[in-house]
Design a protein around this ligand. Structure first.
Ligand code: DI6
Ligand code: FE
Length: 404
């Protein structure tokens, strides 16, 4: 394997428990061995014998190096968009009028069903490219706009194909329990029967890495969510949950009982919910884009999460209805400005903690033995990544030891 060396850089390693904030190393050296980091530390400590074996040496030009960014919650694959609905609303139309005219989530389900896999790929690829342009090296993509076997399969297959066609790692999540489709209107339990029929079939096709549900008054109840979780557990699949976005339904406690990787949104999370998540090691994924776009006012209980030491991740929630967003760097800024996270918490939220939210212990931190996924940035200090609005200081991304 080729050993490669990067020097003339600062590294924000995000090592847990490091003495320096961000696990910062001022004059750092990184050595990759094939797809893996072989050594990370102060350049002065780099063993001469190891340096001598590095056949490729890179001058990082004074860049800041961070782990590759991880967007751990997206609905990136969908048909059409909802710009028209956005415009109608700003011209005074009510949500109900729009829904009656075929708008809302149902319109995205219709557009997703009507699109071919090739069309969905063509629409999702530029969104993925924009995220990658900002240093994203791993992304989660949920289904949930097909809501029928053939269309959930199509969306998940498109997500998998995006992973094959791009250097980024794609993790897929089955969100069949996102909404009740029109043909099951008023019969959500019957639709859930259908969801439970789809899950093992899609898993057998290798399309499912995790299972999610929208647990909300306008989504599915905790009892219904538990049916989905039981099925996932029987199949050995990890679970996640859209929980306490619009109300406190106790979804977080339920998810914690099933050892959920993450609970996401969480604006209405209770103290009991936070305690349950802490005990289960469940990550809190905060989604400032949806909070902003829906003009929510109830802030997620960040102090409570800190008090109980629940790891906090940040993601785009990229979707056409509540967060038409393809900038994870903007989410860093919004996590700080809207939710008052520190820039260090925000950066951990798109690296180390985002990796945990996906159950991927092999990334999210710069350390020997982990994946050589990292980004070179033209900034002096890590806080600049959260501070700037609309800037993209990325210089270069290294995916599994390869400069792309
Ligand atoms: N929560 C949301 O905010 C989105 N999905 C979810 O589970 C909304 C999806 C949409 O409006 O298309
Ligand atoms: Fe979401």
């Amino acid at each position: 394997m080729t050993l490669q060396l990067w020097t003339h850089c600062r590294a924000a390693t995000l090592q847990p428990g490091a003495a320096q904030a961000y696990g910062l190393i001022d004059d750092a050296a990184l050595v990759s061995d094939g797809e893996t980091l072989a050594w990370v530390g102060p350049r002065a400590d780099l063993p001469a014998a190891l340096r001598a074996r590095c056949s490729v040496q890179h001058d990082a030009g004074g860049a800041l190096i961070t782990p590759g960014l991880i967007d751990c919650h997206t609905h990136l694959v969908y048909g059409g968009d909802r710009a028209n609905e956005f415009e109608l609303r700003l011209n005074g139309a009510s949500y109900e009028e729009i829904a009656r005219a075929g708008g809302g989530i149902v319109s995205t389900v219709q557009a997703t069903r009507a699109a071919t896999a090739a069309q969905l790929t063509e629409q999702a690829q530029p969104r993925l490219a924009r995220l990658m342009a900002e240093g994203v090296t791993t992304i989660e993509i949920k289904s949930g706009y097909g809501l029928a076997l053939e269309h959930e399969r199509k969306a998940l297959s498109v997500a998998r194909a995006l992973g094959r066609g791009n250097p980024v790692t794609v993790r897929t999540t089955f969100l069949g329990a996102h909404a009740t489709p029109p043909e099951f209107a008023g019969r959500s339990d019957d639709y859930l029967d259908e969801v439970l029929r789809m899950l093992p079939l899609l898993q057998a096709e290798g399309l499912v890495d995790a299972v999610d549900a929208f647990c909300e008054r306008i989504g599915f109840s905790t009892a219904q969510t538990e049916r989905v979780f039981r099925a996932a557990r029987d199949l050995g699949l990890p679970v996640k949950l859209h929980a306490e976005q619009l109300s406190d339904s106790g979804g977080a406690q339920l998810a914690a009982r099933y050892g959920a990787l993450s609970c996401d949104h969480l604006e209405w999370l209770s103290a009991a919910g936070a305690r349950a998540m802490a005990a289960a090691g469940t990550v809190a994924v905060l989604l400032p884009g949806a909070f902003y776009f829906l003009r929510e006012t109830k802030l997620p209980p960040v102090a409570l999460l800190r008090e109980h030491q629940v790891p906090i991740a940040i993601a785009t929630d990229s979707n056409p209805g509540s967060s038409p967003c393809t900038s994870l760097l903007l989410m860093l800024n919004m996590a700080c400005t809207l939710f008052r996270l520190t820039p260090e918490e925000a950066l951990a939220g798109v690296t180390r903690h985002a990796a945990a939210a996906l159950g991927l212990p092999d990334r999210g931190v710069l350390a020997a033995g982990l994946r050589a996924d990292f980004v070179l940035w033209g900034v002096a200090r890590p806080a600049e990544l959260s501070y700037a609005i609309g800037a993209n200081p990325r210089i270069q991304t290294v995916f599994k030891g390869q400069i792309v």
